[in-house]
Ligand binder design. Sequence first.
Ligand code: GLU
Length: 476
Amino acid sequence: MHTANEPSFRQSVDMMFNRAASMMELPPGLKEKIRVCNATYTVRFGVRLRGELHTFTGYRSVHSEHMEPVKGGIRYAMAVNQDEVEALAALMTFKCALVEAPFGGSKGGLCVDPRAWEPHELEQITRRFAYELIKRDLIHPAQNVPAPDMGTGEREMAWIADQFRRMNTTDINSAACVTGKPPHAGGIQGRTEATGRGVQYALQEFFRHAEDMKKAGLDGSLEGKRVIVQGLGNVGYHAAKFLSEEDGALVTGVIERDGATINEQGLNIELLKLHIAETGGVRGFEGGAFVENGAEVLEYSCDILVPAALEGVINMTNAARIKAPLIIEAANGPVTAGADEILRKAGCVIIPDMYANAGGVTVSYFEWVKNLSHIRFGRMQRRQEEARHLILVNELERLSASTDVKWTLSDDFKAKYLRGAGELELVRSGLDDTMRGAYQAMREVWHQRQDVEDLRVAAYLVSIGRVAHAYQSKGL
Ligand code: GLU
């Protein structure tokens, strides 16, 4: 897929970092310290499965420890390699800094095809991998806190948390050793949808700024905007669902492993997801037309392109043919450094990964705080908030009864106003606030500095600046 002169994922991240760092007044030694990956641990371990000993290779890379714990997901895929894990760990450093999640950056990966193994086998593999990382403090509530990524989810996180508990029976904070756990096992409401939800909040914020929309040649709101989504995994599915069901956008194309399905009237995401779960792909979906060569659909005309699968899908071989005026990087590193330059010159606006997909780690932060405080968000305030609202509603109704001008509060208003916020509402509110705040920080740099052409450089400038501050205040 890539051309010979296409840099690797890690080189791409380095090039993007260097472009921003060259615009900053920082000591060269500090720039280098921030850029490099601190350490990568490689482990090979054996698990006896189906009567044979199988050897697996896994990694946990720590990019920056300017804040601890370090944070980042664990990916399960056959293509996992050190270069990829290190690039992803670096992105975690900058992502956390941008959304002010108080963590350094890390990432893990295991070379395994999760589809090739039964759940009980995957549990054995996961527990063994977790054991290797736990005994080196590469999983630890105060030092390194993994989370889900491609190929992993709540189930794997629950196994990891349980494995940590077995090895640290007296640690009262053991649940905080990993995030993305199921809500019944120490998780938090809204974590699974968080990355997709963050993509929605990011777009909503972008569409609040006419000046920014204009840079992409867009106007109006998300209503009726034509969106093409690549990958209907956890991130792509939630983003497509929320944008179409809540913001009135039209998802006109979805690209999956076996091809793509398109419909200019907008695809029904729930039905499509069901079809994929039943058949394994988008072929044969009645609500859209099948396109055999899925990658080609990235080049179709639309208002917003949402790459939500693998890195490097928009590269030097197809960048010049991309028609979308706005790309939001729901995946990590979907646009290579070479493609980024081609698209930038063509006037395409790219909302960069470290911002666009930061919803996951943001809600992971809330989960970690919840685990350390040992209490669900909203448990103390909810009913008190409801009682105070009720006092106001009763008083308004009493006043209305005592005057000649008759008015009433609608039942719908009362129901909404009287309901105190539960954990899910609080998580969404915290996420929305975070996405708005981080966008403002990026946009300020984008608009104020003449030499800043794009949001990616703006994002790097903000986050490198914050990491530099953290290092400098440590005396480095
Ligand atoms: N794997 C996700 C990411 O790339 C989430 C990381 C986390 O929650 O720590 O951002």
